[in-house]
Ligand binder design. Structure first.
Ligand code: 1GP
Length: 252
């Protein structure tokens, strides 16, 4: 089964899937192993790895350590074309469709595609949409693009439908790491209603309750990063997983 199918089935069987983002710049190398083991045990469905700006030289080491300590998929969520590794299970092949920067729409992808092919890495095409979230986020600044206004769900829905017609496998609604405000439920609902590609929602999610609201609005994948970066506890990870797994048969 492909990693894409594995992700879809984790989401379908539980109502939604929980993905934890590991930024190699923000985690000490020696804590990767215990963190990944703890998160796997607590019910995380997949790990994303990457960052808007990976400054430390630990990207490859981080992925290898993650792979060695979980059976769950380890998927690259690249902040740049430097973030490609054959040690991962797959890569989100992102195009920033909310922006009009040609480099991030198709230029970087042309450079990355032959490398990904050579590595035999599964590429999961993902229409990536930055959503206004209260302040300028790293993703927004680094991509040199403007986010979609948070009070314009119709604009987000039209972008997502275009992504579907272009053949993308996933749509990612991104408020940005550490966002003041997460993606509004009204926008998630509008997008989920208008297009049929599974939605990933991330950025600024600090509580299990907030994550669950996004699932109820139509998100099929929830991503958290920051909230677990400062001394995470297994119980908090489990609370997130339980809140996101709205269809968990054990809870019925
Ligand atoms: C994933 O970039 C986000 O989409 C992660 O955001 O760090 O705010 O959870 P946080």
């Amino acid at each position: 089964m492909s990693i894409y199918q594995t992700l879809l089935s984790a989401s379908a069987s539980q109502g939604a899937a929980y993905c934890v983002l590991v930024d190699p710049d923000k985690i000490a190398p020696e804590t990767v192993a215990p963190f990944i083991e703890q998160a796997t045990e607590a019910g995380v469905d997949a790990f994303f790895v990457g960052g808007s700006l990976v400054m430390a030289d630990t990207f490859e080491e981080c992925i290898r350590s993650m792979k060695a300590h979980t059976t769950k998929p380890v998927v690259i969520f690249p902040g740049s074309i430097q973030q490609i590794s054959k040690s991962a299970d797959a890569i989100l092949f992102l195009s920033i469709i909310s922006g009009r920067n040609a480099e991030h729409l198709i230029g970087d992808q042309v450079l990355a595609a032959p490398i990904i092919r050579k590595m035999n890495l599964e590429a999961i095409s993902t229409g990536y949409m930055l959503i206004e979230s209260g302040k300028t986020t790293s993703a927004e600044f680094m991509s040199g693009t403007r986010p979609i206004p948070r009070d314009k769900p119709d604009i987000a829905a039209a972008h997502a439908l275009a992504a579907e017609y272009l053949g993308f496998k996933l749509v990612y609604l991104e408020a940005g790491s550490g966002a003041d405000q997460s993606v509004p439920e009204e926008m998630i609902a509008a997008v989920a209603h208008y297009c049929s590609i599974p939605l990933i929602v991330g950025g600024g999610l600090r509580t299990p309750e907030a994550a669950q609201k996004k699932v109820k609005a139509g998100a099929r994948f929830i991503v958290t990063g920051n909230v677990l970066e400062s001394g995470s506890s297994a119980s908090l990870i489990k609370e997130f997983a339980d809140a996101i797994h709205t269809r968990n048969p054990l809870k019925v």
